[in-house]
Design a protein around this ligand. Structure first.
Ligand code: FEO
Ligand code: CA
Ligand code: CA
Length: 656
């Protein structure tokens, strides 16, 4: 989600009152030697070459033909751009594939998009939602046919409704709810390139009113029960679906990020509601017409969001599942690594000022498909049993994973943690008590399985070092951090540690910035092309680290971002630390949601909120838009959508 919005959901609020602020030295350039330069090459040699560089699920998905040869950065850089278009390197082509309002392809229910915004809630529930974010390609037939699963993070009510958000009505709340969640769209590559397949037996929408199963230690817990669900085991909807990940057993993971903005807390919210950033009326004002989102009436409904959601795209009849063992937070997303003994380790950050980075280690080993079960079915409970940890980044470059286990340390009934369920529902409180490190808005996490390294974007935090924010510390070393950074760690006290280690070592891949900025702290130390506000992050199967930016749309090409151009995507060779700009998006969008076909010859990514204005909640229809992407119709509306990128010569994306 962009931080440009006037309300700036969780990003504008610092709800973490803890004093968890390890004070240390600034990140020194010497730390960058950890992987860069000679040190990095030595490590690479030790690991036996580039084939070691891949995230676990991607590595399993990639074809042998994608093995790298030659330099990782094999494309020609593009300059910054501020036009209302997508720019890619010489030799590449990019085009929009699908967008908000396109029918997903449910048989017998494929309503056309109406350019005047007059589609009903029922029609919207069969069309792609708004504000595309995380996404993954699940192969049905290798690199020729597959499913694109896409998150829809939030909505722009000024664009969604024919007459904008004024007056505010129950029908508009229902349509907004129908534009949230996930889309599952089948696509295939034919004579006209990639196209949606409609109808498709896999086509599906999950919305803010789709029934989800609650699984793990909080299922049935008193804090999860409501009048509509006295058992505390099912919940309608998913909200704020931001970043994505996948599991080795073929399912999709989505983080519920800014769900709190959909709830109203009244004038006297509880400390628990305040700690999770509730506001009196709720930014989206759903509570005015849907009492489910009025936390003064239904306080426990608020506890039923903020989870990692798992979806099996291959089984359209299976309910999405909220995995409570992973804790409740402003979940950006979740990605999976695998231990040597085949247990799953799920990394996740929460994008809010001064909140935390977590990992979850499964108790059980990942099971193969068999005995009539798919891998997804064989591992349907895998993420319900295990241990959740919060990260503490020490000033000396070491780190500790602190377990959120009831009865251990401060997590006792005396401290208002009655049981493990309450520890997980109140994960932020537990992390405060344990001494986790409050971070500068952790966004996406990327895992390099064979390097045993994990990277996380800390997008920015203008509050760092201010009275309302956290003091600077070693891991978050810059006050008024408008530029952001990428932090990374290796598990174990020394090299060779596995992903379940209780200690780690960390440094910064980069402090992003603009070398010409007057402020010393905003200059950064980027090697190669500069950028600000890193958000999306993913290793491809060749080992390139892709970085997507989300600078505030309100401030784009102004202020601290005056030299930055539109939001963009870069690739980094983490051996050298060099960044190279690959793609620039249309005006006032953010770039997000990256995935590849197994042969690495097609890249899909998402453009979110092109043309965003600072006041998307209440604008009347189309008064002032900065983009008309991707349709460029005089009567059109800017639409979030999916872009397909290929090489003219049919080669591997990013390679020479
Ligand atoms: Fe949804 Fe933190 O971006
Ligand atoms: Ca962001
Ligand atoms: Ca994001």
């Amino acid at each position: 989600m962009s931080a440009s919005l006037q309300h700036i959901p969780s990003h504008a609020q610092t709800a973490n009152p803890s004093q968890n602020t390890p004070i240390g030295e600034l990140c020194t350039p010497s730390r960058r030697e950890w992987l860069g330069g000679a040190g990095g090459m030595a490590l690479l040699s030790m690991l036996g070459g580039l084939s070691a560089c891949a995230s676990a699920p991607e590595a399993q998905a990639v074809a042998a033909t994608a093995k790298p040869s030659g330099p990782l950065l094999g494309f020609k850089r593009i300059p910054i751009d501020a036009t209302d278009s997508i720019k890619v390197p010489e030799g590449y082509v990019a085009r929009a594939l699908t967008a908000w309002g396109d029918p997903v392809g449910i048989s017998g229910n494929m309503p056309a998009f109406k350019w005047d915004g007059s589609n009903t809630a029922e029609e919207q529930a069969a069309q792609q939602g708004m504000h595309h974010d995380g996404m993954h390609y699940f192969a049905l037939d290798g690199s020729k046919r597959g499913l694109l699963v896409t998150n829809h993070e939030y909505v722009d009510d000024g664009l969604l409704h024919a007459d904008g958000a004024v007056p505010w009505t129950a029908a508009k709340v229902r349509k907004a709810q129908a534009a949230h969640g996930f889309s599952v769209v089948e696509i295939a590559q034919g004579a006209n390139g990639w196209q949606p397949v409609r109808p498709s037996a896999y086509a599906r929408r999950v919305t803010a009113n789709t029934q989800h199963r609650i699984a793990g230690p909080c299922a049935g817990h008193a804090m999860m029960r409501t009048a509509a669900d006295p058992e505390g085991r099912t919940v309608l909807g998913t909200l704020g679906n931001c970043a994505s990940g996948i599991t080795p057993w073929g399912t999709y993971l989505s983080g519920e990020e800014n769900w709190h903005d959909n709830f109203a807390g009244g004038q006297k919210p509880t400390p628990e509601q305040r700690r999770y950033n509730i506001t009196p009326e709720g930014w989206w004002r759903w509570a005015q017409h849907d009492k489910r989102f009025d936390a003064t009436v239904n306080p426990n409904e608020f506890n039923r969001f903020g989870w990692v959601v798992e979806l099996d795209p291959m089984d359209p009849s299976s309910p999405p599942v909220k995995r409570t063992a992973l804790g409740r937070a402003a979940r950006e997303g979740a990605v999976v690594a695998v231990t040597a003994d085949k247990r799953a380790v799920v990394y996740s950050g929460e994008d809010a000022h001064g909140e935390y980075i977590y990992k979850f280690v499964s108790r059980d080993q990942i099971k193969p498909a068999g005995n009539g079960l798919t891998a997804a079915q064989a591992n349907r409970d895998l993420l319900d049993h295990g241990t959740l940890y919060v990260a503490r980044f020490n000033a000396d470059g070491s780190g500790d994973w602190l377990p959120l286990v009831h009865g251990q340390g401060p997590l006792t009934a005396t401290n208002k943690f009655a049981d493990q369920g309450e520890v997980l529902v109140k994960a932020r409180f537990a992390s405060d008590a344990l001494g986790g490190t409050p971070m500068d808005r952790p966004e996406w996490v990327a895992v390099s399985q064979d390097r045993r390294e994990v990277y996380c974007t800390l997008t920015n935090s203008s509050r760092r070092g201010t009275p309302e924010g956290k003091p600077v510390d070693a891991a978050n070393p810059r006050a008024n951090n408008t530029m952001g950074s990428i932090i990374r760690w290796r598990e174990g006290p020394t090299d060779g540690g596995d992903f379940d280690a209780l200690k780690f070592r960390w440094n910064h891949l980069v402090l992003a910035g603009d070398p010409s900025n007057e402020r010393a702290e905003a200059k950064g130390n980027t090697v190669g092309d500069t950028f600000a506000a890193p958000d999306g992050l993913m290793f491809d199967a060749r080992g390139l680290l892709w970085v997507q930016t989300d600078m505030s749309a309100r401030n784009l090409n102004a202020g601290e971002y005056k030299h930055a151009g539109n939001n963009s995507m870069l690739a980094c060779d983490v051996r050298t630390g060099e960044f190279r700009r690959f793609l620039s998006g249309p005006m006032n969008c953010e770039i997000t949601g990256l995935t590849f076909t197994p042969d690495m010859k097609t890249m899909f990514l998402n453009v979110q909120h092109p043309g965003e204005t600072p006041s998307e909640r209440s604008d009347p229809a189309n008064p002032r838009r900065f983009s008309n992407w991707p349709d460029f119709r005089p009567d059109g509306r800017p639409r979030s959508g999916t872009v397909v990128v290929q090489r003219v010569d049919g080669g591997v994306i990013g390679a020479a």
